[in-house]
Structure formats: structure tokens, C-alpha cells
Design a protein around this ligand. Structure first.
Ligand code: PRP
Ligand code: URA
Length: 245
């Protein structure tokens, strides 16, 4: 059987090819992985992806005295903003702060309406003007791309000049939505999976990244009045996204 050709993604989409990333991502996907190990893996993967995402950051020269002689080294003195998207992005912050201890952390609260798959903003305390030169949006999942595109809209309105999205898993539909709406945003992911299913979940994916990190498996969809047994509206929204090539 002939192998399917790999889809070509725009140059601003970077899929990690590091074997450590692939190994840890496989453990993360496993349904047997419990929240404690899941959080550890999110943290480790964030560190590795953060390292890759910062590879093109500009540095300036810095004089330093080694015990043997003076030399010109470098310093990274960009003002970096980390933008975790609540809730699931929270698990990515600590690793990024280890890499960039002086980064500012600005939280954005968004949840995805389970029926319409549209992002709903519920928390935003950004100050009036942008305080950083580069923003890294942290969100493990880029599914329809709605949450990510909405976060970029908010950051651009804030005045952010340079924006990168760092996610663990993306769906092709989400990559297309984000890169069409914001071709200037660099996207760093551990993997781009096959597709979205009729509920808007990434397949094979890893399930719900927020629930798996925080152990909240009886979330809103099990509450009275939140009947999601009829998935036809959501499935039609996914089909529309899939037709938009
Ligand atoms: C998840 C995920 C993203 C969003 C991705 O959040 O963390 O923010 O869905 O989906 P999209 O690309 O289709 O917009 P969710 O709404 O489950 O909120 P949570 O992090 O609070 O669980
Ligand atoms: N959000 C998740 O947490 N997982 C998905 O597969 C899609 C959206």
C-alpha cells in the first residue's frame, strides 16, 4: 500500500520532530495515564516545546569575565509574555517560567461552548497597552482553532507585536483556521493529528486536556440541563470546518 503524502503546512507551522517529544506525547495520550503523571508530562513537553519555540529569539552581546579571560557572550533581553489559556494552559506555565524566569504571565480565560464549539471569554485582565515584545500563547489543544484565533485577536487588540502559539496537539482544521486568520503567528506543536470527530475532539488526541490534568471528569456536560446527547448541530459545524480547505 502506498503511504499517504504528508499534508504540507505553511512555513509558520512547526511540528516537533524530537524523539523525546514523541515519546512523552505517546505516554500523555494513553488513557491509563493518571492526572499526576499527566501533569508531569504536560510540564516536560512544555519545556521541550518552549525550548524549540524560542530558537529564533534575538540576542544582544554581553561582556563576561570567565575565570580565565574576558569574552563576549550573549543575553536574551526580550520582554516575553506567557499567555496561558485557562484552564488547560495553566499546566504549561511552570516549565516556561523555568526557561524564562523574567517572563510576565497574563491569563486569558476562555472555554469552548460544547454545542457550538465557539470560544466564550470569561477572564481578561490585560492592562491597556502591551507590556511585552513577544507573546507565547500556551494551550495544550488546538482543535477547531476558535480559542486560539480569539486569543490572538485579544492580544493584537492589546498591541502585541509578535505572537507564537505553543500547543501539544493540533487538528488540521484548527491549524487551517488559525493560519488563515493570523498568518503572522508562529505555531509550535508536538503533533498534528488526523482530524476532529463529530464532537469537535481531536482524534486520536488525548481527550479533554483540562479534565485529564485536574481530574475533573464529571464536568459541566454531566450537569442537569446540559444535554449533549444530540450531537447533530456540533457535527454539522465540524463538517463545515472540514469542507473549508
Ligand atoms: C480546550 C483547550 C482549548 C480549547 C481548544 O479548552 O484547552 O482552550 O478547548 O478548542 P478549540 O480549538 O476548538 O477552540 P476547554 O474549552 O475544554 O476549557 P478548559 O481548559 O477549561 O477545560
Ligand atoms: N479540547 C480538548 O481538551 N481536547 C480536544 O480534543 C479538543 C478540545
Amino acid at each position: 500500500m502506498r503511504a499517504m503524502p504528508e499534508p504540507r503546512w505553511p512555513a509558520n507551522v512547526h511540528v516537533s520532530s524530537h524523539p523525546l517529544v514523541a515519546h512523552k506525547l505517546t505516554l500523555l495520550r494513553d488513557t491509563q495515564t493518571q492526572p499526576k503523571q499527566f501533569r508531569e508530562l504536560v510540564r516536560e513537553l512544555s519545556w521541550l516545546l518552549g525550548y524549540e519555540a524560542m530558537a529564533d529569539m534575538a540576542t544582544t552581546g554581553k561582556q563576561v569575565e570567565t575565570p580565565l579571560e574576558p569574552m563576549t557572550g550573549v543575553r536574551l533581553d526580550l520582554r516575553v509574555g506567557l499567555i496561558p489559556v485557562l484552564r488547560a494552559g495553566l499546566g504549561m506555565v511552570e516549565a516556561m517560567l523555568e526557561l524564562m524566569p523574567t517572563a510576565e504571565v497574563w491569563h486569558i480565560g476562555l472555554y469552548r461552548d460544547e454545542r457550538t464549539l465557539k470560544p466564550v471569554e470569561y477572564y481578561n485582565k490585560l492592562p491597556d497597552a502591551a507590556t511585552v515584545q513577544v507573546c507565547l500563547i500556551l494551550d495544550p489543544m488546538l482543535a477547531t482553532g476558535g480559542s486560539s484565533a480569539a486569543t490572538v485577536d485579544v492580544l493584537k487588540a492589546w498591541g502585541a507585536a509578535r505572537i507564537k502559539q505553543v500547543s501539544l496537539i493540533a487538528a488540521p482544521e484548527g491549524i487551517r483556521t488559525l493560519t488563515a486568520a493570523h498568518p503572522d503567528v508562529e505555531v509550535h506543536v508536538a503533533a498534528i493529528d488526523r482530524a476532529l470527530n463529530e464532537r469537535g475532539y481531536i482524534v486520536p488526541g488525548l481527550g479533554d486536556a483540562g479534565d485529564r490534568q485536574f481530574g475533573t471528569f464529571a464536568g459541566p456536560s454531566s450537569e442537569p440541563g446540559h444535554d449533549l446527547s444530540d450531537t447533530s448541530e456540533t457535527a454539522e459545524i465540524v463538517r463545515r470546518l472540514q469542507r473549508r480547505r
